[in-house]
Design a protein around this ligand. Structure first.
Ligand SMILES: Cc1cc2nc3c(=O)[nH]c(=O)nc-3n(C[C@H](O)[C@H](O)[C@H](O)COP(=O)(O)OP(=O)(O)OC[C@H]3O[C@@H](n4cnc5c(N)ncnc54)[C@H](O)[C@@H]3O)c2cc1C
Length: 450
């Protein structure tokens, strides 16, 4: 049996190095906290390194609604020629294309600069709570279990694993949104693809469940465009026994690289993200779907005849797991009224976007302008010493469709890390922190909170 060794005492521990965790760790370390970042994989970035576009930066009103670390990441990627910045888009409101490999490099660079003590290959396996307050965590590392003490824990695992171990109250739907394995296709003749869409207008149509728009005009934007559809070709391929994906349409977005298209189209229904066997089966099924899709694109879609499989995301993407029961919760009414409450700590500037649980469809509805996320959505209603970031903040299904995207998770992440640092400095618990003080600190650091 591997023994558990003592790893030291930290001010802030962040579990998970994705869009919710990375800015949290950087913000806490920049604020002078002794910060530990635990990441189970061999690289940082979570789903930002899947080659998908970042969503949520520019809202439908055309305003840049993410500043601070989220914006710094894009600017620094632009300096590395790894992003062309933000493009407005009628379907997604905005697209921010980034190169996944450069994102991995930048994530290491920013953590090192900030002085984050990072442990890769480190899966959080337990949380110690005393008198209702988190006091430490255990991580399984390459050949040992390590126990670390902490004043503050930030759960940025996506799945809400830390809050689960801590005994925090949370919500989890019985049937969850389906997951997908993301991949990028190279050597695509984009001009031929656009000609194909012009000649096959049925394939350029959005599904009826989308109440946003899509036009050929937007697709001529060489800084980036998305196409949702190919439904006619899918129907033909399915009838020929050559399409196995349980999804009504394909979603394609150009990447930062020439002649490359990102494909967000595989779909595995009824996956339990907290069950290793279920996720392993999903990985296998999704890899099979990638092969099937490559065949489909080459045979049925103009411009793809000689395409290559350039990149498969490092892990299967989970859209939904647990959400904390916070001292506040963002809801559908907040989204409908585009509310920006006085205690907002980040702005959610995307659409309502739900991959219907158990179904082949996706529903996308526009949200006129960005909605404010109140600080209390990051604060557990029953456990002290704990904040959450990324996709596990407190939101109802209607609001979650908006808050779950990567840009928004980064804005939330900076707020979580900054809040943790303020709590440690003041010797208080997250529920006692005055949101106005947090907002002032975030604004000072360039974040956009209203
Ligand atoms: C298939 C799919 C397509 C999507 N498309 C887009 C899109 O095009 N654009 C967009 O902006 N958003 C998109 N989203 C939404 C977005 O990617 C996620 O909601 C977002 O990445 C959530 O951020 P996160 O940091 O909470 O989780 P993640 O990105 O999943 O990061 C969590 C990190 O925590 C680590 N971790 C998990 N458990 C542990 C543990 N126990 N110990 C240590 N580390 C752990 C993981 O390895 C990972 O690095 C998509 C989501 C999915 C699933």
């Amino acid at each position: 049996m591997a023994e558990t060794v003592y790893g030291g005492k930290y001010d802030v521990i962040v579990a998970g190095g994705g869009p919710g965790g990375l800015p949290a760790a950087i913000a806490a370390a920049r604020a002078g906290m002794k910060t530990l970042l635990l990441e189970q994989h061999a690289m940082l970035g979570g789903l930002t390194v899947s080659s998908m576009p970042l969503l949520g930066y520019v809202d439908r009103a055309g305003r840049l609604v993410l500043g601070g670390i989220a914006n710094e990441i894009v600017t620094r990627l632009q300096e590395k020629k790894a992003s062309r910045g933000h493009v407005t888009d009628p379907t997604s409101a905005s697209l921010t294309l980034i190169n996944a490999n450069w994102m991995r490099i930048l994530a290491c660079e920013m953590c090192d600069e900030a002085g984050v003590d990072t442990r890769l290959y480190s899966r959080l396996t337990d949380v110690k709570v005393e008198n209702g307050r988190v006091v430490g965590v255990t991580a399984c590392q390459i050949e040992q279990h390590v126990y670390y003490e902490t004043a503050m824990l930030i759960d940025a695992t996506g799945n809400g694993t830390a809050m689960h171990f801590a005994g925090a109250h949370y919500e989890r739907n019985q049937i969850l949104m389906p997951g997908s394995l993301e991949f990028a296709i190279g050597n695509v003749d984009i001009d031929a693809f656009l000609r194909f869409l012009e000649e096959n207008p049925e394939d350029a149509k959005l599904p009826d469940t989308y109440t946003v728009t899509q036009s050929m005009e937007q697709m001529y934007n060489r800084n980036g465009f998305g196409v949702t559809g190919l439904m006619k070709s899918i129907e033909i391929a399915r009838a020929n026994g050559e399409y196995i994906i349980p999804r009504d349409c394909a979603v394609l977005v150009t990447t930062n690289e020439k002649d490359e298209i990102h494909c967000n189209t595989t779909r595995v229904i009824n996956v339990d993200p907290t069950d290793t066997l279920s996720v392993t089966r999903a990985e296998f099924e999704a890899h099979k779907q990638v092969e099937s899709l490559m065949h489909f694109f080459r045979k049925y879609i103009g411009g793809f005849a000689n395409c290559t499989l350039n990149y498969i995301a490092p892990f299967f993407g989970i859209r939904e797991t647990r959400r904390i029961k916070g001292i506040k919760q963002l809801n559908g009414d907040d989204v409908k009224n585009c509310r920006v409450p006085k205690d907002s700590i980040a702005m959610a500037g995307y659409n309502f976007d739900v991959h219907v649980p158990g179904k082949v469809t996706t529903v996308i509805q526009p949200v006129e302008k960005a909605v404010g996320i109140p600080y209390g959505c990051l604060v557990s209603e029953n456990i002290d010493g704990l904040l959450v970031s990324g996709r596990c903040i407190a939101a109802t299904d209607e609001a979650y469709g908006l808050t779950r995207v990567m840009g928004t998770c980064m804005g939330v992440g900076e707020a979580a890390g900054t809040a943790a640092a303020l709590c440690v400095k003041k010797g208080i618990q997250p529920r006692e922190l005055c949101p106005e003080e947090l907002r002032a600190e975030l604004k000072k650091n360039g974040a956009i909170v209203e």
